[in-house]
Design a protein around this ligand. Sequence first.
Ligand SMILES: Nc1ncnc2c1ncn2[C@@H]1O[C@H](COP(=O)(O)OP(=O)(O)OP(=O)(O)O)[C@@H](O)[C@H]1O
Ligand SMILES: [Mg+2]
Length: 253
Amino acid sequence: MTAPLIQLRGVKKAFGEVRVLEGVDLDVAEGETFVLLGGSGSGKTVLMKHLEGLLQPDEGTVVVDGHDLSKGDPKALEAVRREVGVQFQSGALFDSLSVADNVAFPLRELQHLKAPEVKQRVDELLALVGLTDAAAKLPGELSGGMRKRLAFARAMALRPKIFLADEPTAGLDPMTTETVDDAIVAAQKKLGVTAFIITHDLPTAFRIADRVGLLFEGKIIEAAPPETFKASKHPAVLAFLKDWLEREASARA
Ligand SMILES: Nc1ncnc2c1ncn2[C@@H]1O[C@H](COP(=O)(O)OP(=O)(O)OP(=O)(O)O)[C@@H](O)[C@H]1O
Ligand SMILES: [Mg+2]
């Protein structure tokens, strides 16, 4: 058994009086897709920021691919940032660059690849997310789902060992959400990446996750494969699932 690629132990984080994380323990194995659920404001984004070294814990340890990020060691931070591809909550696309150039940008800037190699990698990624025909378009000409798939392709351009995504399907309708989910799953199978994904969307969570976790009152109180998670008797999981079903029902009504 290899050591987990992501390992958190007793992670605590507060902002002034606001205690956000109150002892998070988490292991994510190499190649695994872990999906984090939790109410709005429960601390999901704060937790993810610890995995890319944007925040350091007040207490506890964060180890990513053997690098300890808890102490703000610049060498560890630099090493991890080279291994991590991030899809932000907002997408953060370059609006004046074409779809193809958005994906090519990190390859040219950070990897100094030659033009034919860049083209090959860009073609491969656009095919993977179904955007081959949109290569010459500008992001402003794309639908919401296409923009999300583009943001994903760009996050994967440097072939990261670890993929982090904050709400990769937020604001999309169920059908479009499914196409983004499918793109993520296909790419992960092909590229063998380890993924940590935050979502509000339960169907997405159950479709793409190897394990689903719930962040509640500053801790991950359940982390299990989808079928086990759905059958959980933990009161906070039951409340979260019930709340979601009710919101879905009222959205349909
Ligand atoms: N830099 C910061 N300074 C002060 N408070 C912060 C900071 N970042 C986050 N918080 C607080 O931490 C709490 C958790 O925020 P976080 O963004 O992690 O929630 P979330 O679970 O991602 O919510 P959402 O689902 O709405 O995105 C909130 O109360 C937020 O106000
Ligand atoms: Mg958030």
